[in-house]
Design a protein around this ligand. Structure first.
Ligand code: NAD
Length: 447
């Protein structure tokens, strides 16, 4: 936990355990799930499970506060996602004549592997569980080794909701053992992965070298926030700060590059630093209701983020605020703002995954678009302007899977979410996600 103390220890699944889970999932798929159960019935069970998640949300959120360091009263929307997915099964007929008919069936893959990260454990799990189960797949879910607790608890709730045994299999464990066993298993037909770009490459490679399983990847990001001089400054300040400091910067869409048009740059910077100071002054335990800024999840992540801060300093960037650990006991880092950066610096190119950003001055729309797109990632981007034509023009020119205009990180469960470039392959959320969990069969019949 945040202070470095051990909460508990949890058993890790070996390759043999994963194999047992796959056998259970296969049996369940063939006998009591998949195409044996109407979509509406699956939807009813998912909805019952969502009700149980809601009923136990205080306990689940406290577990995540212990495990991740997010505030104990933070409520994410995993419940709503599961309800939404459980309700959206369909079929399509595409062609009929007097002599012939043809139709398509959207069939589940069978056994799906879901591998998720630690930054929003329940939310990320629900992004995989919802569409996999709604479309009739059985699932082997592997949470991050750093956040096993809520996944273990929801295993009980799946039983309580009445899911047949083997439909949902939670396998805790390390990436190199449990994760690898899932990525390489010949009976798993699809892996839905959320995590780093580095691990995403390994999953793709494992698929290529085993059974060519379908792989969807939700990977890292280096999102820009672009603020034009006609933006509503007060609203923009709060949203730009939320865009980077939410969850202590441990978000795939963390907007760690903030571009501000030159005429408002001094005023923006002064107020932005004041906001960062407010967070610094209200740093503490995730169980304290006054806390506005918490810890990094682990010593490893703490050291990684501090490494980026040191590299920024060494490369000549100026620390406007923060740039050091917080005096609280544990892995706390002060919200950090760099200025005087160059776009080739590591802090401007690499995903930091911590409360660290750079505030950069720009002159023109063309100039800022070029720098904003000049990274390997393409997950999200935020644009602030009151000029509607410019907002649309810039949204279209940005190389990112999601663009938010006059808001930041505003995900909707019925809109697709995913990455351009090295931020991923495929989409989570919405109908697009459901499509990613089915394969299409064309049936042609002569009448
Ligand atoms: P990670 O890649 O280290 O781990 C993610 C998961 O993969 C964990 O469950 C881990 O155990 C597993 N894993 C690790 N090595 C593996 C291997 N060889 N085979 C199979 N599985 C393996 O990522 P993380 O540190 O847990 O999470 C942070 C990363 O996740 C960041 O890069 C962040 O941007 C990304 N992320 C992306 C999204 C998105 O939707 N695009 C959302 C949240 C987080």
């Amino acid at each position: 936990m945040a202070t470095g103390k051990v909460i508990t220890s949890v058993a890790g699944a070996s390759a043999a355990d994963v194999n047992n889970a796959v056998n259970a999932a296969e049996k369940a798929f063939k006998t009591s799930w998949g195409l044996k159960v109407p979509g509406a019935q699956r939807g009813r069970l998912i909805s019952k499970f969502a009700d149980l998640l809601e009923k136990h949300q205080d306990e689940l959120c406290a577990l995540e506060a212990l495990n991740v360091g997010t505030r104990f009263d933070e409520r994410y929307w995993h419940v709503q996602i599961l309800r939404w997915m459980g309700d959206k099964i369909h079929a399509k007929t595409v062609e009929t004549t007097d002599k012939k008919m043809a139709y398509t069936r959207h069939e589940p893959y069978g056994i799906v592997g879901g591998i998720v990260p630690w930054n929003f454990p329940l939310l990320m799990a629900s992004w995989k569980l919802g569409p996999a189960l709604a479309t009739g797949n059985t699932i082997i879910l592997k949470p991050s080794e750093m956040t096993p607790l809520t996944a273990l608890r929801i295993a009980d709730l799946f039983n309580e909701a009445g899911f047949p045994p083997g439909v949902v299999n939670i396998t805790n464990g390390y990436g190199a053992t449990t994760g690898d066993a899932i990525a390489e298993h010949p009976k798993i037909q699809k892996v839905a992965f959320t995590g780093s770009t580095l691990t995403g490459r390994k999953i793709l490679k494992a698929s290529a070298e085993t059974n060519l399983k379908v792989v969807t990847l939700e990977l890292g990001g280096k999102s820009p926030t672009i603020i034009f001089d006609d933006a509503d400054l007060e609203q923009t300040l709060k949203r730009a700060a939320g865009g980077i400091f939410t969850n202590m910067g441990q978000s795939c869409v963390a907007a760690s590059r903030i571009f501000v048009q030159e005429s408002i740059y001094p005023a923006f910077l002064e107020k932005f630093i004041a906001l960062a100071k407010h967070l610094t002054d209200n740093t503490g335990s995730p169980f304290d209701p006054n806390t506005r800024h918490g810890p990094q999840i682990s010593e490893t992540q703490f050291n990684r983020v501090m490494g980026f801060i040191n590299s920024g300093k060494q490369e000549g960037a100026k620390v406007a605020i923060g740039g050091e650990r917080h005096e609280q006991e544990g892995y706390f880092i002060k919200p950090t703002v760099f200025t005087d950066v160059d776009s080739k610096m590591s802090i401007m190119q690499d995903e930091i995954f911590g409360p660290v950003c750079s505030v950069v001055k720009f002159k023109t729309e063309e100039e800022v678009l070029e720098v904003a797109n000049d990274v390997a990632y393409g997950l999200g981007a935020n644009v602030f302007t009151e000029n509607a034509s410019r907002a649309i023009r810039v949204a279209h020119a940005l190389e990112a899977g999601s663009v938010w205009v006059n808001c930041a990180q505003a995900l909707e469960m019925n809109m697709p979410f995913g990455g351009y470039k090295q931020s991923g392959i495929g989409r989570d959320l919405g109908q697009y996600a459901l499509d990613m969990y089915t394969q299409v069969k064309a049936v042609h019949i002569n009448i």
